[in-house]
Design a protein around this ligand. Structure first.
Ligand SMILES: [Zn+2]
Length: 141
């Protein structure tokens, strides 16, 4: 590999994945949706919608069985690894909630949030969450 690694403050999100996240968010509203993006070398390859097992409409928790299957079967078989985690905020802005920050266990992943607060114009933003610190990641297509 002679290419420089992708900048930490940028993440290339293909438009079809962006649209898939928005569609998933709309499908699951008023509940939050969630899923992961598998990739290689920090670049997205495939989007995997997952089941949100959290109760209520203001939390998400990826079904652990699905996550294990992805981590130990699907992604290794496709030679990918987890590069991003997405979820939706049906009525709040596209910024990490206190719970999102407290439960962010993947320091290398990009946390993508899709807000439907303005249902006509969904907002999709990306963040790194490390040790309670949030920094924005530019999502480029
Ligand atoms: Zn959230």
């Amino acid at each position: 590999m002679t290419e420089a690694p992708p900048s930490e403050s940028r993440f290339s999100l293909p438009d079809d994945m962006r649209q898939a996240i928005i569609a998933h968010a709309r499908r699951d509203a008023p509940r939050e949706c969630c899923g992961i993006i598998a990739g290689r070398a920090g670049l997205p390859v495939r989007l995997h919608p997952t089941t949100n097992i959290a109760e209520g409409n203001a939390l998400y928790e990826i079904d652990p069985a699905e996550l294990i299957d992805l981590e130990f079967h699907t992604m290794p078989a496709q030679e990918t690894e987890l590069v991003a985690i997405y979820h939706s905020h049906p009525v709040s802005p596209a910024v990490p909630s206190a719970t999102d920050i407290a439960l962010a266990f993947w320091p290398d992943a990009v946390y993508i949030i899709c807000s439907l607060a303005d249902s006509e114009q969904p907002v999709v933003r990306g963040f790194h969450i490390r040790d309670g610190a949030v920094s924005e990641v530019d999502l480029t297509s």
